[in-house]
Design a protein around this ligand. Sequence first.
Ligand code: FAD
Ligand code: SF4
Ligand code: SF4
Length: 409
Amino acid sequence: MAKIEILIDKCTGCKKCIPSCPFSLITVEDKKAKIMEGCTFCGACLEACPLEAILLEREEKKIDLSSFRGVWVFAEQRDGEIMPVTYELLGAGRGLADELGESLSVILLGSNLKEKVKELLQYDLEKIYQVQSPFLKSYKTSLYTQAMTDLVKRECPEIILIGATSLGRDFAPRLATRLKTGLTADCTGLEIDGESRNLIQTRPALGGNIMASIISPYHRPQISTVRPKVMRRAKPVSGKDIEIIEIEPRLDEKDDLVSILNIIKEEGEVADLQEAEIIVSGGRGLGKAENFSLIEKLAELLGGAVGASRAVVDAGWIPSYHQVGQTGKTVQPKLYIACGISGAIQHQVGMRTSDIIVAINKDAEAPIFDIATFGIVEDVHKFLPLFIEKLESEKQASTPSPLPSPLRG
Ligand code: FAD
Ligand code: SF4
Ligand code: SF4
């Protein structure tokens, strides 16, 4: 437990500590600071006090870091398929495990896992934990957390990697809280500090303007969620001797707090944005929600998916599923067409690794042109209808008529 107190003899009631508390828990009464209930012991107020009148004592329970070994990858599944981010995590996890001189394991939770295990046997890893139970058929936070927590407590891995997908973002914080350990969310880089064996977890911070390197020096396991599409995907290998460990989790009906009645897919979900090879994205430059039909039409003609900036998602022009960027999805298509998007840093971090970027913007100074492969300085309302018309006529010309030639009009 931690303890915080004001050293009354030192405190002059200067109030300098008041703004430093992110939870507004400090007041000054009778010229003495007072900390109200709810303190998280974050320590932010300590530095603000010029007189060192705040005393924070943390009782750190020392854990034996060396008893935690190995790198784990959580294999996320959706609709019975292993999600692509799993293979990216296997690529990253292999590098970390080799550097630590440890094994790489994949953790599969679910029911009917035989086929999925077969799929994973093709990769460069040492162990597959097959955690099977009818209770784990579909993802449910409480059951998955329970099963994984029990396994982690038993096996003590050093590092756990989880995809920063919507499921991963729900699962990882619960797991970290249950295990009373650190979690770094949305990592874009992972490396090992050779001296301490700490995992250095890099992620954008302060609105994407800086990259923060985060370590968890006193707790294990170190848990990271990793953004899809930023790590290199592992390649299948052959002839690897992989140990399969079957686990029957201790779960029963009383742990099953949620019933899934139905899963409704978002209407008009053309393609998974993160898997699409072509993305046409629209921004505030489109002027109004109705003009998004131009983006949808162009995406349809090119066989691509629809993306969007946060500005238009916030404006309610399109559902948040389509948002690309720091607080949206990271994408890496072969072709990314940005229409009426300024290219704010928070948008760029989600798409700048696309192979080819085409930007259409009427402002030649827009930052999107700094990263564009091809830039078109034009009004989207002029350019897009012409482009769509041209593609439609080319498509028509190349589509053979279903009627025999003598009957063609
Ligand atoms: P604007 O910045 O308003 O740009 C519109 C562009 O359209 C301008 O460049 C203008 O020249 C051009 N234009 C106008 N009319 C026309 C026309 N007729 N023809 C052609 N061009 C035209 N943003 C994201 O996108 N994704 C995120 O994940 C994200 N996360 C964020 C997280 C945080 C913590 C913060 C603070 C911000 C985040 N943002 C994010 C918001 C981001 O900073 C920008 O505000 C947003 O990306 C701007 O969207 P936009 O480019 O559509 O709009
Ligand atoms: Fe506020 Fe953190 Fe200081 Fe507690 S330790 S009073 S939460 S700033
Ligand atoms: Fe007291 Fe220090 Fe806060 Fe000033 S900054 S009111 S001295 S605790």
